[in-house]
Design a protein. Sequence first.
Lengths: 1005, 417, 215, 95
Amino acid sequence: MNQKNRLQSGGRIDRNQPMSFEFNGQLMVGYQGDTLASALLANGVDVVGRSFKYSRPRGIVTAGADEPNAVVQLGATEATQTPNVRATQQELFDGLVAGSTNGWPSVDNDFMGMVGKIGGSMMPPGFYYKTFMFPQSLWETYETFIRKAAGLGRSSKESDVDVYDRMNQFCDVLVVGAGPAGLCAALAAARGGARVILADEQSEFGGSLLDGKETISGKPADEWINKVVTELEKTEDVLLLPRSTVNGYHDQNFLTIHQRCSDHLSDRAPTNQPRHRMHRVRAKRVILATGAQERPLVFGNNDIPGCMTSTAVSTYINRYGVAPGENLVVMTTNDYGYQAAMDWHDAGRKVSCVVDTRETVTGYVVDAMHERGIRIMTGSAITEVHGSKRVKAVSIAPINEDGSKVVGPAAKWNVDTVASSGGWSPAVHLSCHTGSRPVWNDDIIGFVPGPTVQKQLTAGGINGCYELENVFKEGLGAGKQALKELGLEPTRLMTPKVESHERNPAMALFLVPHRKPMSRAPKQFVDYQNDVTAGGIELACREGFQSIEHVKRYTALGFGTDQGKLGNINGMAIAAQVQNKTLPETGTTVFRPNYTPITFGAIAGRDCGELFDPKRYTAMQPWHVANGALFEDVGQWKRPWYFPKPGESMQAALNRECKATRESVGILDASTLGKIDIQGKDAREFLGRVYTNAWAKLPVGKCRYGLMCGEDGMIFDDGVTSCLGENHFLMTTTTGGAARVLEWLEIYHQTEWPELEVYFNSVTDHWSTMTISGPNSRKLLAELTDADLSNDNFGFMDWKTANVAGVPARIFRISFTGELSYEINVQANYGLHVWEQLFAHGEKYNLTPYGTETMHILRAEKGFIIAGQDTDGAVHPHDLGMSWAVANSKPFSYIGKRGMAREDCVRPDRKQLVGLKTTDPNVVIPEGSQGVFDPKAPIPMPMVGHVTSSYWSENLGHSIAMGLVKGGLSKMGEKVYYPQADGSVIEAEICSPVFLDPKGERQNV
Amino acid sequence: MQRYSGFELFKQSLSHHENWQSVWRNPKPKDKYDVIIVGGGGHGLATAYYLAKVHGITNVAVLEKGYLGGGNTGRNTTIVRSNYLWDEAAHLYEHAMKLWEGLSQDLNYNVMFSQRGVLNLGHTLQDMRDIQRRVNANRLNGIDGEILDTKQVQEIVPMMDCSANTRYPVMGASWQPRAGVARHDAVAWGFARAADAMGVDMIQQTEVVDMIIEDGTITGVKTNRYGDIKADKVGCVVAGNSSVLANMAGFELPLESHPLQALVSEPIKPVLDTVVMSNHVHGYISQSDKGDLVIGAGIDGYNGYGQRGSYPTIEHTVQAILELFPMFSRVRMNRQWGGIVDTCPDACPILSDTPVKNLFFNCGWGTGGFKATPGSGHVFAECLAKGELSELAKPFSMFRFHNGALIDEHGAAGVAH
Amino acid sequence: MSEANNNVRLVMDQLPGDDIQGRSPLHHADLATVAAQGSQEGGVTIQHHPLVGLLTLRCNAGDADQMAAASKLLGVELHCQPLTSSAGEGVAVRWMSPDEWLISVDGAKAFDLETAFHNDMPGHYALVNVGGGLTVLEVSGEHAVDVMMKTAPVDFHLNTFPVGKVVSTVFAKSSATIRRLADDRFELVIRRSFADYLWLWLQDASREYGLVVRT
Amino acid sequence: MLHIFCPHCAEYREEEEFHAKGQAHIPRPLDPEALSDKEWGEYLYFRKNPRGIHHELWVHAAGCRKFFNMTRDTVTYEIHETYKIGEKPTVTAQS
Ligand SMILES: Cc1cc2nc3c(=O)[nH]c(=O)nc-3n(C[C@H](O)[C@H](O)[C@H](O)COP(=O)(O)OP(=O)(O)OC[C@H]3O[C@@H](n4cnc5c(N)ncnc54)[C@H](O)[C@@H]3O)c2cc1C
Ligand SMILES: NC(=O)c1ccc[n+]([C@@H]2O[C@H](COP(=O)([O-])OP(=O)(O)OC[C@H]3O[C@@H](n4cnc5c(N)ncnc54)[C@H](O)[C@@H]3O)[C@@H](O)[C@H]2O)c1
Ligand SMILES: Cc1cc2nc3c(=O)[nH]c(=O)nc-3n(C[C@H](O)[C@H](O)[C@H](O)COP(=O)(O)O)c2cc1C
Ligand SMILES: [Zn+2]
């Protein structure tokens, strides 16, 4: 295609850099500096998409973030498929591939468009709530069809090839928007020495100045922009961010800026460079200089391609050198709309006329039209557009003074382009994100930012201030005000000189009347993307949806990817009009992040894939990997689960690990257990308050197991604590509980008992911990240590310091397997050395590494619990049959004591932890099986508790299990049944959970 | 009430939809009602509906400070399931599930209840144990549920990364086929329309600012718009604002109100046909009939009545979603928002009488009450009608926090729902 | 093996003889080879300082006797001013909390310091050897600040984060104690078990500026 | 996202470094056994949960690990003050 709409000269594009791109399979050419939208218009593309509900052909309406129609699929490869890209914001690059998102077989000839035409009248807002109900069973079928029509673009099927980045920024002043107001604000703030960030979503700074032909101090605006930007670039502590949308304004001046680093270069980011970067900004002051967005007018068939906002027309001409048509008609409610006519005319194209809805206009705009010989029709409006895939003609009719009625016959004018201007809506979005509501201002016929608790200033178009000179003043003023509030000294700055015009007052008109009522007029679109019409809004109100929020939800007004930037105010005004309310009474819906949609990738940053969550390793990790361990995720830790030999099944590996440990010696890496160093003269007292058992008399050199409960009496954590010195203890916690327990100790110390002299320090990572367990563990250890390991000298629950393999160690004779065991702690930098040395000496004892699974089996054979597996938030120590670990005579009412005594906690029929022996010794009850006393009871069956732990015990030659059973502790020998999903029932006998060595002799040898 | 049907739609289209009736009346309140329901969310509206329908009590007003369904009902991620762990909760949610299954027809309003199934993923051995425990309990309680292995999960959600090289590989899931989603607004509107048709007054933009209590008995409420309105009984169904109302009545509740956020992507072509939830990576996702991905996660740690939450929560949620669906990296987030959820220490609701006679509270549904809407209304209506707690409600009395008979559903409640 | 024990607290020399080499948490990554083979020029340099002696001191900042005694024992001032550090010959002290400091000394000197405290520090205090659980990285170069900004939510501007300032904070999805050593040089004290993760993270975050690994 | 002044570190830090710990100023009863189940239940679970000014306990988890109190508006999320444990708030719902 040739660029038939490209003007001979003008625009900010570089005609020396042509770029080829593909749209809907057609090759086209544009220039460096184009957006995809401007390039499409240059190439004469009218239809860029189809509307969602009625599948109507749609063209480009705007030139910016408010575009509802030109939403395309981008991507030359599968991995770079990017849905819903706004063509008006996508810079053109060489090789760009894009396509329309809806339309089958093509956007130009769309099948659903036919359906929309025929069935459209059956699809008023909310029609789906009223139908598809009968028969009930068919809903899923209906829904399948509804879903087929869903969505705009498509997600890629492959993982993204690009990386995304995130940066935390801090500044004195964040200026949002680099139009004249923002540039002035940034300049003032920077000159005063503030740390400034200036962000604008466009590729170049200058804002609305880029779109027009303003002169500043007698020179093209360009020069002024360059001067300011150059100065800002040179100023220290000023960060300039083009292509950066401030997408969210959060509490206490926290804002996020979505910077598109490479979207303008290619589908893919350059090697090692991020595609997008999120700046998370904490700003002492925020200056919103986001300008205003033009409201189009709402009239019949206003969605036919060729209908645009008047600024868009000017922007395409002035910025991109594109006149998107031949013959223009302008409809406006204000003086600004005339600019499109001037620009179009000056570009050498025909302007049929300007239709001004106001009764009279005088002054500058009238002169400008006379000069150009353009006719003005006042007191009139375009009531309806004719055409299907492009505007062919319009009907122009006289209207009454308040714009509520057509008062005369319509005349048809042949044109191909309609520019409409209904005035400006300040871009208040960001100011509302933290809950502030905008307020209506009658003078400017728009909502402006309302009161806020954020440290926020505003300047320029966002305040409804549109005269360039005043915009400059407001910008400079806001910059200075920010400096003042920050205690910095402003410098004197001159306001740039510009030509200004006396303007006629604008008219408040949102919906152009039609001779037919709203319900019968040709569709008057308010929100293009969701096909919300004036008639739809009226219907919603008639059906009782009076609140504007109801109107939104019933019609989908503002739900689209443009979030109603173009249509919301018109929609609200129409709802107000229908209900005889004022706009301020009706109010707006809630503005929320994002200002414009941002990629998930950018939000996630580099916290994905490998870096999604830390993997924590112990010092012995390289050994585990080298020896074929499979790992279990426990919190963030990677723990060896079991160590299969080549070709060995999991069960075989477990059997081998279990047997080796009971018969000779096994070794476990227990480094992940939480460890807390506790010191101070009141350490002992403190332990007594947080554990359920007694600590007053534990002598130096001894260890003790303890249970920790919450104030509700339920088990919170458990572990062994050792007395290192009279005032010095080492507490161990579960792997998952380490951080929680430390915080628990601190909260009680800092808030309840600050008078107790005690310090807690985490030493979890500091110590490598390896447990050797089994009858030969003493022999093995003896080979590596000088310590006297004899039972008399180093008994069960003793600890000692000694060298192990040449490394100073603390050895704890504690056991979680019921075997003779030693837990060796050495500084983690030497953990692997000691571990390797144990293996160097362990071969003759068949030293066998085992993982968490074998640990679980071995402890279950002994009936030891795992907090979190055998307990949940509703189990207290007595439920576990662990009353022995509860000291009731302690003077201090330790944490958990009162909770355990509550009425419901002393019920005799509580679920209690017991052992379970299956009638068939070969059957392992699946963990999580639910028990019943009467397996024949009908559903819902009364359940009596579940199996918490269950294993095959190779050592015992039968299965073992533990579980909670209602009143279980007094039901020894009775039967409990576990119905399975396949209909079978596993029968088990309630027994002691200690299956092996009930007297505990093995650990004492 | 104008009956809705495809035929009616066709008929109305012939007159350009100019003859549709209002779905409710928007009346001025009477001086006195048999029952006042404070709070026009799904639960309040359902309560009013069942009071009228099941118990014949139609002299009822629903007082709503904003617009109907504008609270959590209008901002939730619409997951409906009943696979709760403990009997008490399972029975309550399953009661709701049964009502969901005929709700559109019952209300003559299509609430788009879509039984597309819910997956609760397991990523660790403990997750899988918990899943086993819950699904087994569900089965014996008569609630559908299956345990799936990784391969079966992959078949249901072909787009999800079920490979072994993710940070937390998917080990399996629980699957409730009857679970799914419903159209949140339609639920509120459908109940309101049907209740209105039976004479219930829906009073919007009217905030209860105080309670009128005489000798320990409630006799009415004070409003900001219509002054005092009398009532024999008052039921408070105000979710995140429950503590504020309890405070008016002179007592505290075991509740904290926290921000809970959700977000939607831009609409994309259908890629996800079911609901995927993961407690472990902490996020959940479904795709609406319009095509947007509806995503949520957990609550913010602090109390908040601002209907907005903290940005890092959004970051973590999105990270979790990309962990499961790395290909969504170039899809864009359109909008984020928050609700105020009333969390209870045991993650179970409160259906309760109170220290004030004739004053009842239905609250504490926290992050997961949408799924209970019809059931909650049905049960609470019975409590209000009888003046005492019904069988299903009894375990959920607020007085369980005195004797310790909590129903700890944290595991099943998991991330938000 | 040596111990200082009066039965009140246990102080032990945790280091073996010189014949046994300690292995830092990044030992297996063989950074020497990476450094030799990798790029020698770039915007960010990461360096690992293995086997530094690190101790946590807890005592009462309001107790002048203790503060004086501790300062004397350390050879540098123990500051009560939040977020500061002091450094002397072979020793650096970082403020962690109103009653907590992180001390670094030569790896072999930890026990000497512990013993000295054990003998001469009055009152209620704790000095805990944490050297095995932590490790030290250094990030430097023209873009060091950028990498820090990507990783931690604190303001690294020189005005608010001058040389010598110490901050403990969230670091990626882990945590770190950060000390500014020079305008473009940061010391990170991180937890051992997170070392792999953080190393990967820093590598990834630095890539766009060109990464140099140094030992 | 909140910007919190840690009274111990004496500077503003990001919310990510902190954890909220619920309502402040709930002292543990000195003699739990003297309380009825109801009273104990109230201590454990029942909370003010106000709309507006709220005093809450926070911990600077990733920073100095110290607990402190905060007076915050639960609607606007404005932080009126942070203060150390043992100190009294100067801003209250009454004031
Ligand atoms: C982000 C988010 C996601 C969620 N996702 C799910 C999900 O997927 N599945 C699920 O089951 N649940 C979910 N939930 C929870 C669910 O939304 C709620 O539990 C449920 O909607 C509560 O309904 P309700 O009618 O009790 O409360 P609401 O809908 O909140 O209604 C309470 C009403 O009371 C009104 N009110 C308050 N104070 C007063 C007063 N003084 N006077 C008059 N009126 C008053 C409010 O304006 C409000 O309309 C989610 C919640 C949130 C916020
Ligand atoms: N388009 C209009 O706003 C409008 C209307 C009438 C007159 N004018 C003229 O425009 C001027 C008003 O100037 P101004 O500086 O207030 O507005 P402006 O429109 O010139 O500049 C606003 C800038 O903010 C950017 N922006 C908006 N939201 C953003 C976000 N969330 N993130 C990043 N960037 C964002 C826009 O891209 C734009 O560049 C005057 O010259 C006036 O004559 C403009
Ligand atoms: C299930 C669900 C889907 C939603 N989908 C969209 C959507 O596609 N587009 C949109 O703008 N908002 C969507 N919203 C969000 C609403 O716009 C709105 O933010 C939310 O209901 C909260 O209300 P508020 O923002 O007015 O406070 C959705 C909300 C829900 C609950
Ligand atoms: Zn702090």
